[in-house]
Ligand binder design. Structure first.
Ligand code: XMP
Length: 304
């Protein structure tokens, strides 16, 4: 990558040239990619930018509130679409289908907002590995392949399309974004939906959200690419002398340079045990916790 200051200057110019005197909306999730894009676009077109945060109901604990706090001063459109997303996901079990459903609904919501604010352009924080993985047919990353080919925008602008994650972080630091954003772990566009294997329900999402909070809390100081929880099925357990059929949570913690390949961390056994006890103790619906020791390849980092 060129120096961050040169990158920023070029990206701001690109956005300004493309949008002209029009308006744009940007899909803001609060992750490092979309946050950097939002700041770049705000520099380029100021109040003609409308960041849109869609509360899909599939975000981690506290995320929607944090976005409001950090970006609330801009023309932020905060859309509560939880019911719409859960409704659309009902009965969907195929991972690719899930991504398509979510990507499609995202675009429809954005289109609605774009129409309301009369924006012609959609700006997205797509980065290089997203494009490669979607082209390679590995997965439809929701901000690339999951998007329908017909949309009503004049154009889609992706200022970060040539950057790797570590380069985006460098730009984030240069732009002075808070550390909680510049150093934030990657989080998939379709959110916790791809961390529930099989059908998504509000109950399962709540379980995986609580487990994620515990894993993030316990592994806060461990150096990593990502650490998270997924709900991977059901199993028999015993709680308070009663046999129960509850959820299985898988912990995944990996190191990686760019997300294209990954290695599981050799976590300390006591640390793993503590997480298992906390997850089963604090979340009544969970009866079993496993640690995923598979590298990528052959596994992907996320379960779906
Ligand atoms: P996989 O599961 O493909 O993930 O090994 C590689 C990295 O990409 C993240 N990921 C996504 N990021 N939109 C994104 O912006 C998506 O749809 C998406 N799916 C996966 C994943 O968390 C990992 O860091």
């Amino acid at each position: 990558m060129v120096k961050p200051e040169v990158f920023v200057e070029n990206a701001v110019k690109e956005i300004r040239d493309k949008v002209g005197d029009g308006k744009a909306i940007i899909a803001l999730s609060g992750g490092v990619d979309s946050s950097v894009c939002t700041v770049l676009a705000y520099k380029a077109i100021g109040d003609r930018l409308y960041p849109v945060f869609v509360d899909t109901g599939l975000m981690r604990a506290g995320e929607p509130e944090r976005v409001k706090e950090i970006f609330g001063k801009m023309n932020l459109r905060f859309i509560d679409a939880k019911e719409e997303f859960f409704e659309a996901l009902r009965g969907v079990t195929d991972p690719e289908e899930k991504r398509k459903v979510i990507g499609e609904l995202f675009v429809r919501v954005f289109e609605r907002v774009a129409e309301e604010v009369e924006a012609d352009y959609l700006i997205q924080g797509t980065i290089y590995p997203d494009i490669i993985e979607s082209q390679g047919g590995i997965k439809s990353h929701h901000n690339v392949g999951g998007f329908p080919t017909h949309y009503s925008f004049k154009g889609v602008i992706e200022p970060l399309r040539e950057l790797y994650k570590d380069e985006v972080r460098e730009v984030a630091r240069y732009l002075g974004l808070p550390e909680e954003i510049s150093e934030r772990m990657p989080f998939p566009g379709p959110g916790l939906a791809v961390r529930v294997v099989g059908e998504v329900t509000p109950e399962k999402i709540e379980v995986v959200r609580k487990a994620t909070e515990i894993v993030e809390d316990e592994l806060r100081d461990v150096e990593k690419w990502q650490a998270f929880a997924s709900l991977i099925g059901k199993a028999t357990g015993v709680k308070g002398d009663i046999r129960v059929y509850g959820y299985i949570i898988s912990i995944r913690a990996v190191e990686s340079r760019d997300g294209m390949t990954a290695d599981p961390l050799r976590l300390d056994y006591d640390m793993l045990r503590k997480m298992a006890l906390r997850i089963t103790g604090e979340i009544p619906e969970v009866v079993r916790v496993v640690y995923d020791i598979t590298p990528k390849p052959p596994a992907t980092i996320e379960y779906e």
